[in-house]
Design a protein around this ligand. Structure first.
Ligand SMILES: *Cc1c(COP(=O)(O)O)cnc(C)c1O
Length: 401
């Protein structure tokens, strides 16, 4: 039997519950059947091979845009030297169909809409999730409604609009307040509004653990570094490994490294200060636009797990974020600022001795740099303008001849 269970107090709710959290804001997770007896099957798609771990009897291939199958690459010498880690890997989620890991969760959210026979899907987002849901809804021929706060940049709205989504730009006091009120409306309107930390989205993010298991040929890393905002990604990756262990397919679960921008660190601050609850942030600014949830619903679960499983947490300054973005680009990875936070964070954790040099660490490259061009003003590009007759001389001097 499929059901939803609240993650801190273990209260049970029906699987088809429209609201993504309990009445008092606790996160929910999917439980079903017998994970202990789950096994890996053969199949073309990841969701088929790991179908025993997913709450859908079937996912139609026609709703997929080819998410996943992203590269896992060892860090080059420059990044290894910079972080002080000998065994660092980069999982390049910018290779997903809409250039962020959000696509993995959109697949399961659309599968849920199909299972519930819903014609409309909605989300609230300032960027990547709205873009992803808009694309996946278009593919599955569903109507998409994306709620965005008034300050959302035009380029991001266009990326949702091109897929035919209806974008409702909502003006209100604060993004957290807008988000909470819209999520509260979901039940009243019988409209499933999927957020970044909903239980069904988390089922999609779980597949990252499955894919890593295959790519690392059964090996499990010691740590996985994740830039964290709504918290869905972090708990999805963890849940995936937790269930693999329950099924006896692995013997240990990697520790998560929770990373946030110092200017908005509601989870990291709480973990560092040994608090049990999220410390809300508001009125802040950070270049890491994709991780700006100041008061994440369900965030207490992450703080609780961090304490029980010995997870690490680190924050980074604006300067460190931009420097990390440059360093990743200098190694060939153009990621957005939110993604770059992890590099600075693991360097600091290594420097303070919290990470050993030999620790096997996977860094999730969550989203592409191309979607956030405003930040490029912070970086120098070597661009020279010249007249045609000057070219030979310029290139000679460039080559030092
Ligand atoms: C959504 C997002 C995050 C944060 O993930 P959560 O699941 O909200 O914690 C990090 N980086 C990028 C690029 C994102 O789009």
């Amino acid at each position: 039997m499929k059901e939803l269970v609240s993650t801190l107090t273990g209260r049970r709710y029906p699987f088809d519950r429209i609201e993504e959290f309990t009445e008092d804001g606790e996160s929910l997770e999917v439980r079903f059947g017998d994970v202990a007896n789950a096994s890996i099957r053969t199949g073309k798609h990841l969701w088929e091979r790991f179908g025993d771990f997913l709450p859908f009897s079937q996912i139609d291939a026609d709703i997929s845009l080819g998410e996943g199958q992203t590269a896992l690459l060892p860090a080059d010498r420059k990044l290894a030297e910079y972080t002080g880690l000998d065994r660092l890997w980069l999982k390049n989620e910018t290779q997903n169909p809409t250039w962020s890991f959000k696509d993995r969760g959109s697949l399961t959210c659309i599968a849920m809409a199909r299972e519930m026979d819903e014609q409309v899907t909605a989300t609230i987002s300032t960027g990547n999730m709205g873009n992803s849901i808009a694309a996946y809804a278009a593919k599955a021929d569903l109507r998409a409604i994306v709620f965005v706060p008034g300050f959302t940049p035009k380029e991001k709205i266009m990326a949702m609009g091109i897929h035919g989504a209806t974008v409702l730009k909502v003006h209100g006091p604060d993004y957290s307040v807008i988000k909470k009120q819209i999520l509260d409306l979901a039940g009243e309107l019988s409209l499933r509004v999927v957020s970044g930390n909903g239980p069904i989205r988390v089922e999609g993010y779980k597949m990252i653990a499955f894919e890593l298991l295959e790519q690392m040929e059964g090996e499990v890393p010691d740590y996985i570094a994740i830039p964290t905002s709504a918290c869905g990604h972090t708990r999805g990756v963890f849940k995936g490994y937790r269930e693999l262990k329950e099924a006896g397919l692995i013997h240990k679960i990697p520790k998560m490294i929770v990373v946030q921008a110092r200017n908005n660190s509601p989870i990291v601050s709480a973990i560092k200060q040994g608090k049990k609850q999220v410390i809300p942030f508001s009125g802040f600014h950070t270049v890491a636009e994709a991780i700006t949830t100041g008061n994440p619903m369900g965030g207490d679960e992450i703080i609780d797990r961090a304490a029980r499983h010995g997870w690490l947490a680190e924050d980074v300054t604006e300067e460190e974020i931009l420097d990390s973005q440059r360093r990743l680009a200098a190694s060939g990875y153009f990621v957005e600022p939110a993604t770059a936070t992890s590099l600075g964070a693991i360097r600091k954790l290594r420097a303070s001795g919290k990470l050993d040099r030999e620790a096997r660490v996977v860094m999730m490259l969550t989203g592409s740099g191309l979607k956030d061009t405003s930040v490029l003003g912070h970086h120098r590009a070597d661009v020279r303008e010249l007249e045609l007759p000057e070219v030979a001389q310029e290139v000679r001097s460039l080559l030092g001849r």
